[in-house]
Design a binder for this molecule. Sequence first.
Ligand code: URA
Length: 433
Amino acid sequence: MRAVDVIINKRNKLELSHEEIDFFVQGFTRGEIPDYQVSAWAMAVLLNGMTARETTDLTLSMAHSGEVLDLSGVVDIAVDKHSTGGVGDKTSLVVLPIVAACGLPVGKMSGRGLGFSGGTLDKLESIPGYRVDLSTDEFKQQLARIGIVLTGQSLDLAPADGKLYSLRDVTGTVQSIPLIASSIMSKKIASGAQAILLDVKTGLGAFMQTLEEARALSALMISIGALAGRKVVTLLSDMNQPLGEAVGNALEVAEAVETLHGRGPADFREHCLVVSAHMLVLGGRAADLAGARKAAQAALDQGQAFEKFRALVAAQGGDVTFVDRPEKLPRAKLVETVGSPRPGCLAQVHARLIGEASVALGAGRARKGDPVDHAVGLVIHRKVGETVAVGDPLFTIHADEAQKLAEARTGVLGAFEWSEAPVAPLPLFYDLA
Ligand code: URA
């Protein structure tokens, strides 16, 4: 078999066989198929799609490109969560400590920034010393010892996804339902999760822009989970405007710490409570969502969730003084707050434009392997539906260069739309029972 023939078949809209998919995935995992061929193939998949069967084969092949963890000797039920990616989505930093504090052990492999959306690993690396490359043994030992792990795709867990993910980020091949579904589900299967909560984002700042696409992605991941013997529950959540206020690595860690202290932006706190409640029910730690939510709220308000986060950072080599005093986190040289140029009710706070402005400031990557600047980013002070007067603070830019700050000012102002008539606030979730 030749890699070029697999690419040509997908370019010609053929359904790839199980053997072709496995050959391609194992080939690029071993470094035998070069990045340029993988990129061409990913573009062919993006343009021509994959059937549910191909996507399941791709998922299982990527999951088995390395070790598949068996956590049965470590936890009674391995529950995991994943978000399809958005702007200001720092949910894992708060939800994992909440559920772990409520007695549900959770070990998660997260990703880096992808396109305009941030990545949990990049955020955590704002904390000096924090390791995102735990070995399988370290993963298991830490999960058994403190009930919480937040690490990256190591060489031995779903390495195919790690390689493909970093190529997709810089080749315009993120927005593909089969590539997103297989990326997420391969990681979840490899990390040994028996029950998985998926937060499928939809809107202007999500990879799935419409509810219809989000529902399709959600159904595909549920069916892959069923075929792989894993229980999958999905939530559909809004990503038209950023979640919370902070967008950018260290800024998001600081906001997560605020939220773990029982404060933080109301929308972000509420989002975390809903996700945590679903995980606690999925993991059998609460009989119903109302009881689960109460427990989650208590863990936030009484400090146990913050203590879990602190224990996580310490266990993974991070300097906890940065968690105790988030003002120590990397700070940008230039900070400027921009006021509203006109009065009105906010009709749009465009999440993707804000995500792109944050990447342009240096918080994300332009090329594979580029370093990110942990200090830079944006704080968005207003939500859709709020009324502002001229000069009211709309957003704050954290930049390292005057030129980038000026570009961000223009770019982020372009994310706002005003209306003279009242505008309804956006919901946090769709289809929530
Ligand atoms: N999150 C992932 O892990 N993979 C994707 O492709 C998109 C979001």
